[in-house]
Design a protein around this ligand. Structure first.
Ligand code: PHE
Length: 351
């Protein structure tokens, strides 16, 4: 019996040590098997009861059963504790902080040319103009003939375009070379008086660092009574200063367009160097930027628009939206606008 007592104490103390280091439900389960499993330490002792004398057996049995109950109780209690800590840890790991700010998404923006178009249209709407649109696949008649550019006219060389195959139709179709045909269409549709701007894509047979076969223009047309050239000059100054956000020096130079008479071109002070840098890459050291063609609408063009040029006159102007976008946003290669490489605009320009 004395022997059994030491054995019970041994089991108790090795169980105590094992319990202290069991720090997960898994290791606790292993411990349970080690002591109480089929081949466990305590089970072996219980099996040895048969070797006790009939007198000793009840006491020994009682002592061992008590020990087994004790171990089971302790294991159960520890198991509850461990389950709680393990659950709490799992919960902490899965925790979602609903107050955390979201990661957000990359921001989208309008294409610089679309932005420029909206800005210019916005300024012109402010001085009473509406927007008119026309087809990009245009008839030779509207693109050239009505605008005083007959088939033999040398101005056709400057605006060589993409013609559709001759399908026997009386009026050949082409990709419009400028937004000016919208002038005619709008005059025919709305009559006089009229104030419109016509933004849109135009096409020419050009392709180099400063010319693209497709580009964007915006056209303005005003038809009223007794319109003078000074109204045109004032409107364009308003437009340029509004667009660039400051007062810019400007000059009007005599020029030529078949559909306006007289014709002029507007130069503005270089937005990059204001004429102070003889090596300026934007104005090539001239201090001036050509931005817009214009003139008083030719009486025969007014007539082609179905309006009596004896009663009404007016002016028209046209400019490149891509060029305006490049000047305003400091973009130095036209191709960046069309090649779809967004990184150029995200990374301070020289990607
Ligand atoms: N249509 C001309 C061009 O593309 C520009 C322009 C428009 C000039 C209206 C005068 C009046 O070159």
């Amino acid at each position: 019996m004395g022997d059994l007592k030491t054995q019970v104490e041994d089991v108790r103390s090795s169980f105590g040590a094992a319990m202290a280091s069991a720090n997960s439900t898994d290791s606790l389960q292993e411990l349970k098997v080690r002591f109480l499993g089929r081949k466990g330490t305590l089970t072996a002792l219980l099996k040895s009861l048969g070797s006790f004398s009939p007198e000793e057996r009840p006491l020994a049995g009682e002592a061992l059963n008590e020990l087994r109950d004790e171990l089971e109780r302790k294991i159960d209690r520890k198991k509850q504790e461990l389950i709680q800590t393990e659950d709490a840890a799992a919960e902490a790991e899965d925790k979602i902080d609903v107050t955390m700010p979201s990661r957000g998404r990359p921001r989208g923006a309008f294409h610089p040319v679309a932005q420029t178009m909206h800005e210019i249209v916005g300024i012109m709407q402010g001085i009473g103009y509406s927007v008119a649109l026309g087809p990009e696949i245009e008839e030779d008649y509207y693109n050239f003939e009505c605008l005083n550019i007959p088939p033999w006219h040398p101005a056709r060389d400057m605006q060589d375009t993409f013609y559709f195959p001759d399908d026997g139709r009386e009026r050949r179709t082409l990709l419009r070379t400028h937004t000016s045909p919208v002038q005619i269409r709008a005059m025919l549709q709305y009559g006089a008086p009229l104030r419109i701007v016509c933004p849109g894509k135009v096409y020419r047979r050009d392709n180099d660092p400063t010319h693209s076969p497709m580009f964007n223009q915006i056209e303005g047309l005003l038809i009223e009574k007794d319109v003078s050239f000074s109204v045109l000059k004032g409107s364009l100054r308003e437009l340029m200063n509004g667009f660039f956000g400051r007062e810019l020096k400007n000059r009007f130079r005599a020029s030529y367009f078949p559909f306006t008479e007289p014709s002029m071109e507007l130069d503005i002070e270089c937005v990059e160097c204001s004429g102070k840098n003889s090596g300026c890459r934007v104005c090539k050291g001239t201090g001036w930027l050509e931005v817009c063609g214009m003139g008083m609408v030719h009486p025969s063009v007014v007539r082609s628009g179905g309006i009596d040029p004896e009663k009404y006159n007016g002016f028209a102007f046209g400019m490149g939206l891509d060029r305006m976008a490049m000047l305003k946003y400091g973009i130095n290669d036209l191709r960046y606008l069309f090649n779809g490489n967004v990184s150029y605009f995200l990374s301070g320009r020289d990607a």
